[in-house]
Design a protein around this ligand. Structure first.
Ligand code: 5GP
Length: 200
């Protein structure tokens, strides 16, 4: 498929996804700390902020009404209900703007979101590199889920069930990164970005 020059699709959008609690956020933060030239999309969410999280930095914390209004206005690249708990969505325009400016652009979203981005890629003229972050083993993932400590027992069970389904999805992705050690995985993610964006 050919595309018009100057289209946002000339640079590949990196979509980092994977099972719950595999450490997507931690790997993304480690990579971003070392390589601040990468722009990571700030999602809107209807969940409550956790201690230390900043509105507009970690997430755009919005009400259900605000979220639904954004959705109706077509402002999301993708949106999903995650763990049956809260709505999350990626604002589209900032993603297009950063890609158009040639800035390495990364989404850290759940599997439903990654699928939706792939579905919409052609319509939006986006090139997508989808990266699945896998745990070293399922047992490792279970340990991570049960030591995270921010969820109730019922939430943990829901997340574990989600993880079983999500682990089976890795074949849908362009690249699988095994998150054995955060700093090493973050560097491997950076190397993918360097390759895609032709950075030195
Ligand atoms: P948390 O609430 O723990 O920060 O994130 C819960 C899950 O929501 C994680 O798997 C994270 O990747 C996912 N997530 C965060 N932002 C978005 C988004 O904009 N869209 C989708 N589909 N998932 C998201």
């Amino acid at each position: 498929m050919t595309r018009e020059s100057g289209h946002a699709g000339t640079r590949r959008l990196i979509v980092l996804s994977g099972p719950t609690a595999v450490g997507k956020g931690t790997v993304e933060a480690a990579m971003k700390a070392r390589h601040p030239q990468v722009w990571v999309s700030v999602s809107a969410t209807t969940r409550a902020s956790r201690p230390g999280e900043k509105d507009g930095v970690d997430y755009l914390f919005v009400s259900d009404n605000e979220f639904n209004a954004m959705k109706e206005r077509g402002e999301f690249l993708e949106n999903a209900v995650v763990h049956g708990m809260a709505q999350y969505g990626t604002p589209l325009q900032p993603v297009l703007d950063h890609l158009a400016a040639g800035v390495p652009t990364l989404l850290e979203i759940d599997l439903q979101g990654a699928r939706r981005v792939r579905q919409r890629a052609a319509e939006l003229g986006l090139d997508v590199l989808s990266v699945f972050l896998a745990p070293p083993s399922f047992d490792d993932l279970v340990t991570r889920l049960t030591t995270r400590g921010t969820e109730t027992g019922e939430q943990k069970r829901a997340r574990l069930e989600t993880a079983r389904v999500e682990l089976a999805a890795q074949d849908e992705f362009d690249v699988v990164l095994v998150n054995d050690q955060v700093e090493t995985t973050a560097e491997r993610l950076w190397e993918l970005i360097v390759r895609e964006y032709g950075l030195n």
